[in-house]
Write a protein that binds this ligand. Structure first.
Ligand code: COA
Ligand code: AMP
Length: 630
């Protein structure tokens, strides 16, 4: 069947399409129907089925006689170690850890925060939670204690599972001060912390609260899989919104299993047993869907890579991993390729490895710029597929359905809508615009299985953030267009979210941090274009009257404040002191114009601007940092 036929088949009978896809999942009780629309515009999928995620990701492969197949390959150039874990090993390890959690009172519906770097134990912790029907929330290691505390207070975990440290090039990041600090800051106190000790920085255990990963498992009964309802939350993953309080995206169990399993063949074109590698981090949605759950549910081998595209030890690391482990489909963010290209523009490292195993490269997480795509295509000689999705959806909204039919690649487009998504471009009034015209990208409700049914403890915010601008649609927050062949183009965010090295960050959240500096009266944060990371945050600071300390000191304090409050991942290093910010007459800061000036782009002077002369002051200030870059 062609893509067009599959898509049309879904559109004609979505219920039948998803019930058929659900056949590939082991249910403890089969769902009687796919979609539940009783509470529209809130929808649920497979709500009356009973199912367990861990059974589908681990145990069923062992039961089917594939226990000897590799489930996880841990490849850590940063520590110089490797480990291979079969499905049978994984089952033993996960059942034992789940037993330890159960013995300490963790059960169905309890929340557990996981704060771990790229080690296989992070996946084991996720799977142990899902084995018990507990709801995990993984927090990325690059976030500071304050961000962890915000998440603790929002999801109120019974336990935290942490590693003693993460390792970045040139430095070991002890996690103990981070989770200790977060627990101290948070109002909610988790009952216990399970600590996976790593030799690079051993954590001191707090008596009565902390328990060692292995000691906790001593003498406990391995736990069985607990069936849960199809609409039971599998996990909560926080992502940046327009304010400093992150949104807890809820992932429903049944739809998650069905949709991810469907994507592995139809989008990533792998068969069970093939090695699939997503070079991301378990702290992001790509890590949830395509380092942990997707490949394991589908019976693939997944790679847990602890390293960077460059510097661990060189720009050939990716090619080594691909050839050494026989990777068939590879997924990463464009920024990783830009980093490699910068270090090894001629691709000399690539020539050292046989990459015959690799069938295609998949890029997502940020806009894939044409230069990077062309460079990657030339270097690898295989198709490079851009695909577009979000934490909220958990899987591809628009991509190249290579397992159904490899569509011709149009550089600059992530290709076409996947079955399940009726993607439309709307004008401000919510009317569809003609092909080729720009507008807000929206998806006609219901969203497909696996996508967010709501936000954790924040249904109103869910409705306001996603459902209210265009009634009957999900608002993606991206703007773009569809061409005459149905190809989608993603142009920009419509909100204050920026994308730094494939990481989604909130400029509003950063402004809240800057505003907390005692000398800052007013501020704005924008995303400026960056050759490597796509965007970088830049802060504009207006000082409180009477402050006459050196500006450089205040800027440095703001940079440190951001690192302490949000974390190194914010990559906030650029800030400027200015007298005034450009505003409309009604007082709205003209951030869009500031972005245009920083990036050296043309713009139309808004009729509503209060005082155009401020733009010259902004230009002068930017010039001191070398912006716009030529
Ligand atoms: N724990 C602690 N700190 C972390 C971290 C983690 N898990 N991940 C990143 N950081 C730190 C980095 O060390 C860096 O600190 P520094 O300011 O002291 O240098 C800072 O956060 C910013 O990190 P990053 O934006 O990743 O920049 P980088 O210069 O270290 O690396 C790339 C640049 C392009 C190599 C890197 O961003 C990369 O590999 N990107 C791949 C993108 C990706 O996987 N995206 C996920 C979505 S698909
Ligand atoms: P996240 O939720 O962190 O995955 O970020 C999702 C956002 O990243 C999207 O809403 C887009 O703004 C951006 N994004 C992700 N993938 C792409 C892509 N392939 N092309 C353009 N932007 C993308």
């Amino acid at each position: 069947m062609s893509y067009a036929e599959v898509y049309a088949g879904w559109k004609a009978d979505p219920e039948g399409f998803w019930m058929e896809a659900a056949e590939a999942i082991d249910w403890d009780r089969k769902p009687s129907k796919a979609l539940n629309e009783e509470n529209a515009p809130l929808y649920e999928w497979f709500a009356d089925g009973m199912v367990n995620t861990c059974w589908n990701a681990v145990d069923r492969h062992v039961a089917a006689g594939n226990g000897d197949r590799l489930a996880i390959i841990y490849d850590s150039p940063i520590t110089g170690t490797q480990e291979k874990i079969t499905y049978a090993d994984l089952q033993t390890r996960v059942a034992s850890l789940a037993g330890a959690l159960a013995a300490k009172g963790v059960g169905k519906g309890d929340r557990v925060i996981i704060y771990m770097p790229m080690v296989p134990q992070a996946l084991e912790a996720m799977l142990a939670c899902s084995r018990l029907g507990a709801i995990h929330s993984v927090v990325f290691g690059g976030f500071a204690a304050h961000e962890l505390a915000v998440r603790i207070d929002d999801c109120k975990p019974k336990a935290i599972i942490a590693a003693s440290c993460g390792i970045e090039p040139g430095r070991v990041i002890a996690y103990q001060p981070l989770y200790d600090g977060a627990i101290e800051l948070a109002e909610h106190k988790p009952e216990f912390v399970v600590v996976f000790q790593r030799e690079q920085a051993v954590a001191e255990l707090t008596e009565g609260r902390d328990v060692d990963w292995y000691a906790a498992q001593d003498g406990v009964e391995p736990a069985d899989c607990v069936p849960v309802e199809g609409n039971h939350p599998a996990y909560v993953l926080y992502t940046s919104g327009t304010t400093g309080s992150p949104k807890g995206v809820v992932r429903p169990t049944g739809g998650h299993l069905v949709a991810l399993n469907w994507t592995m063949k139809n989008i990533y074109n792998v068969d069970p047993g093939d090695v699939f590698w997503a070079a991301s981090d378990v702290g992001w949605v790509v890590g949830h869907s395509y380092i942990c759950y997707g490949p394991l549910i589908h019976g693939n081998t997944t790679i847990v890579f602890e390293g960077k595209p460059v510097g661990t030890p060189d720009a050939g690391t990716f090619w080594r991993v691909i050839s050494e482990h026989n990777v068939r489909s590879f997924f990463t963010a464009p920024t990783a390729f830009r980093a490699i290209k910068r270090e090894d523009p001629k691709g000399e490292f690539r020539a050292k490895y046989d990459l015959g195993c690799l069938r295609a490269l998949y890029l997502a997480g940020e806009r894939a710029d044409p230069d990077t795509i062309v460079w990657a295509q030339d270097l690898l000689g295989i198709p490079v597929y851009d695909h577009w999705w979000q934490t909220e959806t958990g899987w591809t909204i628009a991509g190249n359905p290579a397992g159904i039919e490899a569509m011709p690649v149009k550089i600059g487009s992530p290709t076409v809508a996947m079955p399940g998504y009726d993607v439309q471009i709307l004008d401000e009034g919510g009317n569809q615009v003609p092909n080729g015209e720009l507008g807000a990208i929206a998806v006609k409700l219901p969203l497909p299985p696996g996508t967010l049914p709501t936000l954790w403890n924040a249904e109103d915010r869910f409705r306001k953030s996603y459902l209210s601008t265009f009634p009957g649609y999900y608002e993606t927050g991206d703007a773009g267009m569809i061409d005459e062949d149905g190809y989608l183009y993603i142009m920009a965010r419509t909100d204050d979210v920026i994308n730094v090295a494939g990481h989604r960050l909130s400029t509003g959240g950063m402004e809240e941090v800057l505003a907390s500096h005692p000398d800052v009266a007013e501020c704005a944060v924008i995303g400026v274009a960056d050759e490597l990371k796509g965007q970088l945050p830049m802060g504009f600071l207006c000082l409180t009257k009477g402050v006459n300390r050196p500006h450089a000191d205040i800027v440095n304090e703001c940079v440190k404040l951001m690192r302490d409050q949000i974390g190194p991942v914010a990559a906030f290093k650029l800030a400027l002191v200015v007298d005034r910010l450009p505003k409309t007459r009604s007082g709205k800061i003209l951030r869009g114009i500031m972005v245009k000036i920083s990036d050296g782009q043309e713009f139309k002077m808004p009729a509503t601007i209060d005082d155009p002369a401020i733009l010259d002051e902004i230009r002068e200030a930017l010039a001191t940092l070398g912006y716009p870059k030529s």
